[in-house]
Design a protein around this ligand. Structure first.
Ligand SMILES: [Zn+2]
Ligand SMILES: [Zn+2]
Length: 214
């Protein structure tokens, strides 16, 4: 795809340090997420998300696998976070970010290049990680060049990019109502509660009731 950018927003040293503090260690995958997030925002021409509705980021990393740290870089760069609900996970065990702007329907999918990711797995950093060495115990000499590389190489060598003009995304209104479950007494957001015979049930209590066969 032929995408021309007037300029790409660089990850500043300040942003990198703040993101590393948030993330907890130095690794190449988190900065790759920072760069992917900025690239996606640059291509869409949008600002970092402040609320929950203007941008949605969908990351395809799963759980308990290498380079999952990518998702934290995406959160830090785009402002799409799990708490605000504008970061969604589609856990496919892949490494793509899709950033979409619900108001316009435009979206961009940024995918780290497969050849490069496969090469990375043969580098010392990933070999040591696979042997169980935690990232914070690794020699900076092993990690720093990888971070430098992922932040400075032309983006066309790192990412494949695809844009969409009409990306389907059902907009969900934010719910500001909650009820107390009549079984356990805990508060539950109304859209997660079920009402049966004049009683409210949270999901675990509903499951118990249904499985008890009452
Ligand atoms: Zn990491
Ligand atoms: Zn309950």
């Amino acid at each position: 795809m032929d995408i021309r950018l007037a300029s790409e927003t660089a990850v500043t040293p300040e942003e990198l340090h703040a993101a590393q503090y948030f993330h907890g260690h130095k690794c190449p995958a988190m900065p790759q997420g920072l760069r992917a997030g900025h690239l996606a925002m640059d291509i869409l021409g949008v600002e970092r998300a402040r609320g929950g509705g203007e941008l949605i980021a969908v990351v395809e990393t799963g759980y308990h696998h290498f380079s999952g740290c990518f998702a934290d870089g995406v959160q830090f760069a785009t402002g799409c976070t799990t708490g605000k609900g504008n970061l969604e996970r589609n856990p496919l065990g892949k490494f793509a970010l899709t950033l979409l702007e619900p108001a316009s329907g435009r979206a961009v999918r940024v995918v780290p290049k497969a050849e490069r990711m496969a090469q990375c797995l043969n580098m010392d950093f990933f070999k040591l990680r696979a042997q169980g060495v935690p990232p914070w115990k690794l020699d900076p000499a092993v990690v720093d060049p990888l971070i430098e590389d992922v932040l400075t190489r032309p983006w066309q060598e790192i990412f494949d990019v695809e844009t969409f003009e009409h990306y389907p995304y059902p907009r969900q209104p934010e719910v500001f109502e909650a009820v107390r479950c009549d079984e356990c007494g805990e508060l539950v957001v109304t859209s997660y509660a079920t009402r049966i015979e004049e009683r409210w049930y949270c999901r675990p209590c509903l499951d118990r009731r249904l499985h008890a066969g009452r």
